[in-house]
Design a protein around this ligand. Sequence first.
Ligand code: AMP
Ligand code: MG
Length: 351
Amino acid sequence: MQHTQTTVLLINATHPEPPVIEHAAALLRAGELVIFPTETVYGLGADTLQPHAVQHIFTTKERALSDPLIVHIADEAALEALVTDVPAQARQLTHAFWPGPLTLVLPASSRVPKLVTAGLDTVAIRMPRHPVALALIRAAGVPVAAPSANRFMHVSPTTAQHALADLNGRVPLVLDGGPCAVGVESTVLDLCSETPTILRPGGVSLEALRSVLPNVQFSVREPSHLQEGQKAPGQLLVHYAPKVPAFLFDGPVEAMRKAILAEVEQRQARGEHVGVLIADEDFAAFQGSGACIYRLGSTLEQVASRLFAGLRVLEESGVNIILCRSFEAQGLGLAIRDRLLKASGGNVVSL
Ligand code: AMP
Ligand code: MG
């Protein structure tokens, strides 16, 4: 792949500097790629309506062409041009959750290039809440197609440094607006099936969606059926994998702690370097264990925001295995479980 000089520009996350935004927007209009912060993760953006620019996203990420992109907009009026119909349910949801980490799958209009939707007749659309993302989309004046700014199959980036670690030398510009607040990707909700269905749990919880549409459905993807009945290509089993193998321990908190500690001891006795991804409440139990510890925090919000950083820090720390605890399947916990299941590629120890 051709080497491009990557410029990193710091940008104020709450009051983005207009000249910086204008520079980035001009690149997008010229068919170039820009990495920018959103409230979920960093995105690798291109003008949705220029197939050549969209093609560039796939080559830059080494992403499979069968994996469709999310289109980002800055106002609801932009929706009309991208879809053939805005169902009443969509209006209710956008009213409640946009701007925010909710992506809606709607019937695509003919204006949306087939590359964006991976040939599907539906398109995934969201309005991000991050001031930099909103300002950039507005200034560009086009819908911005943007997957996460990581190499395909790697962990999503929640800082500009993560994005650079994967894509430095492949894009002309990175806007560095600091760490992403939510830290897991958006919830993808399919409004084209008979019942609104969550295709990917994310930053808007199932409970919150049901408070607006009580019939929203989500079938918990347990490890045994991760590969069956994939509706969206993004639901590949290994999608967010770190570079070293990860194991997920699932069960009551005390049992998880004991099992992870026992595994740490066994592996260290064999000379292995072990990383553990735990909550603050587990820390005392692991102090002095000799494991490389990454603390995710004490609330689900903190855990979500630090999860991907934790996986990256541990994989760079020289450990040869990462042991993770699981979290309750409530609120943001559903998205956290989903990412941990994917990171562990089905290596789950059920207790
Ligand atoms: P990413 O932006 O890389 O986090 O991934 C976007 C995800 O959105 C994809 O991997 C799919 O799971 C989902 N997605 C995008 N477009 C569609 C669509 N038309 N139908 C269903 N899911 C979609
Ligand atoms: Mg992604």
